[in-house]
Design a protein around this ligand. Structure first.
Ligand code: FES
Length: 152
């Protein structure tokens, strides 16, 4: 009898544990999927060359330059400080690292250059950024590294 009770207790505990963990697992997967793809708004919002920081909370700047629009990380590669655009590039006030406009480190302690993220244009002419797809400097000419900027 005590063995049967133990078995019931084990089954009950297993069921409770499964009930507790399954939603957490689903929630983590959903958050990861949803948060990695960001609608950065109409391409028409990026009418002139420059750095646009309205998506910095999602981890990237939208940059328009030389007829291209791309998404470049807004997070310092040293210890994930938030970057601030400057006339020459980007600055991290956490430990004073700087990056050139193209994301290359110009002053340590950061050692790694900034990445870009895959972008595409959807059927509403919005810029869609996928932060799960990192693009390193050597791949900046890849088809998903930028979209063509609309005429000004
Ligand atoms: S977190 Fe940016 S320099 Fe340290």
């Amino acid at each position: 009898m005590s063995n049967e009770l133990s078995r019931r207790q084990i089954i009950l505990m297993s069921a409770l544990a499964a009930a507790a963990f399954i939603p957490i697992g689903k929630a983590l997967g959903a958050v990861g999927t949803e948060s990695s793809v960001v609608d950065a708004g109409p391409l028409a919002d990026y009418a002139k060359d420059g750095v646009f920081d309205q998506s910095a909370s999602h981890g990237f700047f939208v940059i328009r330059k030389d007829g291209k629009i791309f998404a470049q990380s807004s997070v310092c590669t040293h210890r994930r400080g938030r970057l601030t655009p400057t006339p020459d590039g980007f600055f991290c006030k956490a430990h004073n690292s700087t990056f050139a406009a193209d994301g290359k480190v110009t002053r340590p302690p950061a050692k790694a250059d900034l990445v870009r993220y895959a972008v595409r244009k959807d059927d509403k002419n919005h810029l869609i950024v996928d932060t799960s797809k990192r693009i390193e400097h050597a791949q900046f000419d890849a088809p998903d590294a930028h979209v063509e900027a609309p005429s000004a």
